[in-house]
Design a protein around this ligand. Structure first.
Ligand code: ATP
Length: 352
């Protein structure tokens, strides 16, 4: 696992395992999330994202390991004793209460920070989420995006140390999702609150996060900035999950200069090669061009999709699917795909 150090941890998981009967939902998870950081857990369905969040919140008890918030060991503390605000996918608003009452509910067991007046705090939270003036409405009169803003205001009302967001946008349509994720990030920056965000959507993870943990089968495959995870995947799983990388098993042809062979075709590299026989290499679709490159693949075009700002060209080369994202559409069924050495990434073995 590639873990980058983070100063002043706001949230830490140290060797955490969580089991449900025979199911190991999390095994040996180490995470160190900095104070004020926007940190995202991304991975496929069932990989353990929600369990990680619930463990932070105190709803699940680890069988081994330690959970710390702001440096304090909270492993044995109940959810009520942890200073976490939580937003779920399905809003979980009370339908019989007004918007104001829903937000005020967040203050039922906790006083507003700094001894603020509860009514003023609710008003301030409604304004923070851009819902000032909507306090007398009931949840059913709100759109999905507005409901989620209210759920966020309720979670933030007591001024928690940590904000936990479990797929908060996944019930919304694509356009609204993009708008609300910008709002969430702006609010998080304004409050400078340590935030752990769960999504299965890698594009959302890349767009919103300071750092990302890619989770697979209950363990963390890589932790890094969006750029690091996208451009330097530590494992094949990360390469395939984060975007639509073209991933190939390759054999090493020579080390200096570095070259690998895929299906009898030599692919030059700029990266140095690990000390092993076979490697995995990957190329981003946007780095596969129509025409010649350092290496040129003679491929056939299977299917072309128009995306508005680009084309997704699905090709077949020597029995491999190769995806190119290009500015123009190919003109015939046969196509030359160019790849430059600088754009070929060697995928690590996950131990780097
Ligand atoms: P999704 O994106 O589908 O919500 P996830 O990544 O959040 O998935 P988790 O909900 O954390 O995954 O589940 C991790 C694993 O633990 C899965 O195999 C799941 O079936 C199992 N699991 C989670 N909660 C329980 C439970 N209460 N009892 C038994 N197994 C559970």
């Amino acid at each position: 696992m590639a873990e980058e150090g983070a100063a002043e941890p706001g949230v830490e998981l140290d060797g955490v395992a969580v089991r449900f009967g025979d199911v190991t939902a999390l095994s040996d998870v180490d995470l160190s999330i900095a104070d004020g950081e926007f940190f995202t857990l991304v991975g496929p369905s069932g990989c353990g994202k929600t369990t990680t969040l619930r463990t932070l919140a105190g709803f699940e008890m680890p069988s081994t390991g330690t959970v710390r918030i702001d440096g304090a060991d909270v492993t044995d503390q109940s959810p009520e004793d942890r200073d976490c605000g939580i937003v779920f996918q399905n809003y979980a608003l009370f339908p019989h209460m007004t918007v104001r009452e829903n937000v005020a509910y967040g203050l039922r067991y906790r006083s507003p920070p700094g001894g603020a007046d509860p009514d003023e705090r609710v008003t301030a939270m409604l304004e923070l989420v851009d819902m000032g003036g909507m306090g007398d409405r009931t949840p059913e009169s709100l759109s999905g995006g507005q409901k989620q803003r209210i759920a966020l205001a309720r979670a933030l009302a007591p001024g928690p140390d940590v904000l936990l967001l479990d797929e908060p946008l996944s019930a919304l349509d694509a356009r609204l999702r993009e708008r609300l994720r910008v709002s969430i990030r702006e609010i998080q920056r304004e409050l400078d609150i340590t935030t752990v965000y769960v999504t299965h959507d890698q594009e959302e993870a890349l767009a919103i996060s300071d750092r990302i943990a890619v989770v697979n089968h209950g363990h963390v495959e890589q932790v890094g900035t969006p750029q690091a995870v996208y451009h330097n995947p530590a494992t094949r799983f990360v390469a395939e999950f984060m975007g639509e990388n073209n991933v190939f098993d390759a054999t090493i042809e020579r080390r200096d200069p570095p070259r690998v062979t895929v299906e009898g075709t030599t692919i030059p590299l700029e990266e140095s090669l690990p000390n092993q026989q076979g490697v995995t290499v990957c190329v981003r679709p946007e780095d596969v061009t129509l025409g010649d490159g350092d290496v040129t693949l003679s491929a056939s075009v299977e299917h072309v999709e128009f995306l508005g700002d680009a084309y997704r060209v699905h090709c077949e080369w020597n029995g491999h699917a190769v995806l190119a994202k290009t500015g123009t559409a190919p003109t015939g069924d046969a196509v030359s795909l160019g790849i430059d050495a600088a754009d070929v990434t060697v995928v690590g073995d996950g131990k780097s």
